[in-house]
Design a protein around this ligand. Sequence first.
Ligand code: MOS
Length: 761
Amino acid sequence: MPDAPQTIDPDGRLGHPQVRIDGRAKVTGATRYASDIALPGVAHAALVTSPIVRGRILGFDLDAARAMPGLLGIFTHRDFADAIRPVAHLMAGGYANTSHRPLGSDRIAYAGQIVALVVAETSEAAHAAAGVVRVRYAPEPFAGGFDAPGAEAVRLADLKSDHADPRVGDDAAGFAAGPVRIEARYETPIQHHNPMELFTTACAWEGGRLTVHEPTRYVEAVRHGLAAQLGMAAADIRVVSGPLGGHFGSKLALSQHTAPVALAARRLGRPVSLVPTRKQCFTIANYRPESRHHLRLAATRDGRFTALVHEAEVTTSRFDPFAMEGTDVTARLYACPAIRTEERAVRIDRNTPGPMRAPPEVPYLFALESAVDEMAEALGLDPIELRRRNDTDREPIAGKPFSSRPLMACFDAGARAFDWARRVPEVGAMRIETGEGAWRVGLGCAAAVRPVKTGPATMRVSLDAEGGARVETAHHEIGNGIATLLAMGASEWLGVPIERVAVGLGDTALPAAGLSGGSATTTSLMHTLHLGCGQVRARLAAAAATGPLQGVDPASLRLAEGRLHAPDGRSLPLAEAVALCGGTVETLAEFVPEGAKPGALDAVRAGRIALGTGGMGETLSWGFGAQFAEVHVHAETGVIRVARLTGAFAAGRVLNPLTARSQLTGGMIWGIGSALLEESVLDRGRYRNDDLAEYLVATAADAPRIEAVLVPDADTAVNPLGLKGLGELGIIGVNAAIANAVHHATGRRLRRLPIRAEALL
Ligand code: MOS
């Protein structure tokens, strides 16, 4: 490989804790999020959304709204229906979070659907005017949930052509061979992303060119999606997404509110900015759908699984194919000769759901890892020991090997850090007394696993004669610290101080890159950067080898501390090498991961999803973890407190332990909210608790002692740098670990999330 880059130096910057390069700006408030952009002459938009779930708009009464001071325009389907063309959902090869066409007709397909856009001189005036828009509706019957009349179950395999329910062996024979059996049903609720930064957009035209400032994880999808909706050339649209103020799985791709705002800006001849309300963010974007699971598990008396059946259902909208493929993971986690799964999506009258941090693993592993705990209890076996007896280095469906399988290493490291040995096996045997009364103490654990994803990306890497480096790509800083990692990598691989590395992200004017999601960011971008730095190094080395470092093998030159170093001890300042190349050395890296589908890079350039094989190729590559929870349950009131969480995680090479721990502990804190607090409650088809007063998320007061242990995972087969990504791993398994701990404390097996005190009374 002529461009062979330097590998990771154990004494270098990568792999050691590095404070975020954007940390100071964030904590001092200097960071500008997309929502902070104040465009000159901007007008402000507000949304009117449907209170009915299904039916038809009969008419509007706009007189009161039109009379409001500062009103500039009111736009409904009568204004925009033909102006916005349909765009497919991103899982159907399109760009959109929902294929439902905004302001497309008089039909109402779900509660909270956008029915009008009101624009005024100020945000206050726009919201006031939106508040007096009167809409007359003809409501129709609707299906609001799983069992409602009109709900339509579809096998996932029929919904998604690339899904096959994992199956192996004969489950009847498996149950016959396993005398110890568990059968249980589990349920998880609707959960909504509630990032601090709302789902905003701001659109400005300059001649025929449109610029959009919007928090999104995929600027290219927004750009190409808008181009398709508005019948424009993608080259005439620029999408800028500064650092995101949180997303958690939302802010995915083309949002439905962007095209109406862009059209309003064009018609009014001035920029328009939309800040929806928190309530509207429950329906104009995606969310985690409810799920239910039927688990049957059989084992021999010595704890070997003989059969596993996992049937699951999730809800989805009438019109989109979003559904999660959770049995891909639950069917492959443990050794078992007979496995049968079936997944169904149930179409109902709801806005389209979407990914939320570890989309399938959070609900599906809640079910499986609860069932495994129930089996351990039935067998009278320690839950870790049961997992050890069913550990495997080959997945059971097709017998494919894992590139590494440190699951039990995680359980062992976690058990040590958590002091699992102090757990008294008998249920209800551990108690403490505090000033608040008597508490039952429970200790529970669960596995966390997630397939590795990698995507193609392009990146410009440059080095100037003053020793400054630039790294630029249309990928996004979603809060995970990728800007810091890129600066660390460029510093190490180009041999420049980290302070001299400038990182540009989140703009379609930069080289194309894919969706920032699927825990694929570090893996995708660090390989792209590695390639780019290798190309820069090769150019410098070739010039040096024909000049001052005459005779040296160019491939042997290393960049470090501002110099090119030859193995014979000679060296050359980088500035001189750059000058030999005629000034700035600039290169475009085009990274395509091994095993990517043909055309993956073109797909990313066109704003489509191209996230590799998802760790499910001929060799399975997964990240692993083990979660441990200690809960205290008040003996009289049933109040549940998580006293301690320990997670041990093995997810390949860790490049910045500081941001890695931050990702993992953040996920674990969210896991507490997921297990005990979060649920969107439906009332007659509408979300009832759609604000932060009633939709409860975990706060600092809910967060106990949390420890994330990093377990070594030297997986050289997964990819050249041994990276797996861990953005989503930290939340996985927390639900089950807490539910299992509650059972250990109280003897009550709670199979529906969130677990609330009232369920224990
Ligand atoms: Mo995934 S929740 O879209 O990063």
